[in-house]
Ligand binder design. Structure first.
Ligand code: AHR
Length: 619
């Protein structure tokens, strides 16, 4: 009885003090917000470029992928995998990447290489009823390259149930070595604009990325030396690039090559974070000492291609490729995930790359891909401890909802005297192919932890960015943006990113919580509320970010001290009615942020719905 009484008293005490008070101290600056805080990470995975951002519509334009192991590209007798030949009507067909997007009033530019004389009818037609959407006659008078154009009528409906056909007429017939087809983009921003799928580019711009980390990821390393991102082989006319096997199990034509990555940055107003191959492959092949010099040269040349002026060898090559102006480059990353390096050779490889890059380009900042403790240990083994400098460490975190929430305060405790952090891959892995609301809540809480510690976390990016949602399109679960040949959509995690990156001040200011609500997650008791605030020096706006990661609403009194709050405020909310709720290719906008005007004041009462992410902009 006595125990019951104290339990009742205790519960009533908890209820009575349940009001959660958040206080923003807008004039107490904790640190500057890193200008490169929010960015993107990308590599060829989940049909991210091929069948994704890269707008080439036909699969295997080089006509080399054979049935069975696509690496056996020289088995000329084996049938092609993605091109079908019908002997009775002398027709080649290609169904693209799970269909081909056809839209009204659209021009498509094609290119082919023939080995002789022939007359062909080429076009796009329905795989459902054979309706022809666009057609042209192409005459090859000799061996060589031919361009052709297809145009769709204004009155057709957009569809992806489409195949490309190439039918020889009469008795004519010739061999083909290459056939490609790309829709012509209506707005040309860079020399490469036509190569990026416009709906996906629009979605990326909404994320306000300040950088693009490329080309990986595992894709940088490759399974073997010959399958690394061999950047020189990705230059020049796309039809002449050899392509290579991607470690995620399919063929890359390398249509998305180094220049395409750089122009992609330019189109988004982002700068590259360039990963250079560091002499270690995913299969564990590696080189050290003198044998590394070739790869170091390769990296120095690559940097010259990016930032060298036209008087340099590789700057001149960039100009010849259509882009005389150098690109902006601040960060270069040496390798990828070398904490997985089984050889223990990274300390030497890293140090050799670091010294060579710094000697030629002292202005560049170098990113290391293993932890400081391990690097120091390895440095002793390799006798490079006096030379090794660790400026920025790339950390990767893939976790479930509970672990992500549990680790949100991790950077509060980081050593301020140690290297800076680039969180170059992270994601809450809940839901597939794209994430659900449960993931978005933990993502948002994790981003709050990074934003609040922006003095040490200089940049971060979610991974993977893209997934083609067709069966066989996904190699890695819990992705940010999904698509098929025609449509695309953002996951709740995508919208959390847009909300946060789009409402970023220039200074992190102090914020406190009284009465933190706690919640039970499995056997753990965790904070239910996550928060941070920034102020923008130029506009004097304050941005308050809050996440209610639990299943009950929270009543918050938000006080702002140190700033005169005008009556105008904006409140943007992302909320869902269950943790598993999500967006999909068939229901793309089930969960999207809503912005409304609210009355701003120095003391605001706000109800944070269960499972919600909020951004309040105070003017
Ligand atoms: O993002 C998927 C993969 O995860 C990346 O290629 C690799 O760097 C990491 O292991």
């Amino acid at each position: 009885m006595k125990h019951l009484l104290s339990l009742v008293l205790c519960l009533s005490f908890l209820t009575a003090s349940a009001e959660v008070r958040l206080t923003v101290r807008a004039d107490e600056v904790k640190c500057a917000v890193s200008p490169t805080l929010y960015g993107l990470m990308t590599e060829e995975i989940n049909f991210c470029y091929e069948g994704g951002l890269y707008s080439q519509l036909l699969r295997d334009p080089q006509m080399r992928e054979r049935e069975g192991d696509p690496r056996q590209r020289n088995r000329r007798n084996a049938p092609l995998r993605f091109w079908q030949w019908n002997d009775s009507i002398k027709t080649w067909t290609n169904q693209g990447f799970w269909g081909i997007a056809v839209r009204p009033s659209t021009e498509y530019r094609g290119k082919m290489k023939t080995d002789g004389k022939a007359v062909m009818s080429v076009g796009l037609r329905s795989t459902v009823d054979g309706t022809v959407y666009a057609q042209a006659i192409v005459s090859a008078s000799d061996a060589g390259w031919l361009d052709f154009t297809l145009n769709t009528a204004a009155n057709i409906k957009e569809t992806k149930d489409v195949e490309f056909f190439l039918q020889f007429t009469g008795d004519t017939r010739c061999g083909l070595n290459y056939v490609s087809l790309t829709p012509v983009s209506k707005k040309q921003v860079t020399v490469k604009s036509d190569l990026y799928r416009t709906d996906l580019m629009d979605m990326l711009r909404e994320m306000h990325p300040k950088f693009l980390r490329f080309p990986g990821g595992n894709y940088l390393e490759g399974n073997r030396f010959s399958e690394r991102f061999w950047w020189q082989r990705t230059l020049g006319p796309v039809e002449l690039r050899p392509g290579h096997h991607c470690p995620w199990g399919y063929w890359s034509t390398d249509g998305m090559g180094l220049l395409e990555f750089l122009c992609w940055c330019e189109e988004m107003g982002a700068e590259p974070i360039l990963g250079v191959f560091a002499g270690y492959t995913l299969q564990g092949d590696y080189v050290t000492g003198k044998a590394l010099n070739g790869f170091i040269e390769e990296a120095l040349d690559e940097i010259e291609y990016v930032i060298g002026d036209v008087s340099t060898e590789w700057g001149a090559r960039r100009a010849q490729d259509g882009h005389p102006a150098p690109f902006k480059l601040t960060y270069v990353e040496i390798g990828n995930e070398d904490f997985f390096d089984r050889s223990g050779s990274y300390a030497e490889r890293y140090t050799m790359f670091y010294e060579a890059i710094k000697a030629k380009y002292p202005q560049l900042e170098i990113i290391c891909t293993d932890s400081p403790d391990k690097m120091r240990r390895l440095a002793r083994d390799w006798k490079v401890e006096d030379r090794m400098k660790l400026d920025i460490i790339d950390e990767h975190y893939y976790r479930g909802y509970k672990d992500m929430l549990r680790q949100c305060g991790m950077y509060d405790k980081y050593d301020r005297k140690g290297p800076k952090v680039f969180c170059g891959e992270w994601a809450t892995r809940e839901g597939d192919p794209t994430t659900n609301m449960k993931a978005a809540l933990a993502d948002a809480a994790w981003m709050i932890g990074m934003e609040r510690n922006s003095d040490i976390v200089i940049a971060h990016c979610y991974a993977p960015l893209f997934v083609n949602v067709n069966p066989g399109g996904m190699q890695w679960k819990s992705d940010l943006i999904g698509y098929d040949a025609l449509n695309s959509y953002g996951s709740p995690s995508y919208y959390a990113q847009c909300m946060f990156a789009g409402n970023l001040g220039t200074e992190v200011v102090k914020m406190e919580c009284d009465n933190m609500p706690r919640m039970q997650v499995e056997k753990d008791t965790l904070d239910q509320l996550y928060y941070t605030a920034t102020r923008d020096k130029a506009t004097d706006k304050v941005f308050v970010k809050m996440v209610n990661a639990g299943e009950t609403s929270i009543d918050v009194t938000l006080s702002t001290i140190g700033k005169k709050v005008s009556g105008k405020a904006l409140q943007t909310t992302l909320v869902a009615d269950s943790m598993n709720a999500t967006n999909s290719i068939t229901n793309p906008r089930a969960i999207v942020p809503l912005t409304k005007k609210v009355k701003g004041s120095g003391k605001m009462k706000i109800k944070l719905p269960a499972r919600s992410i909020e951004v309040i902009e105070l003017q």
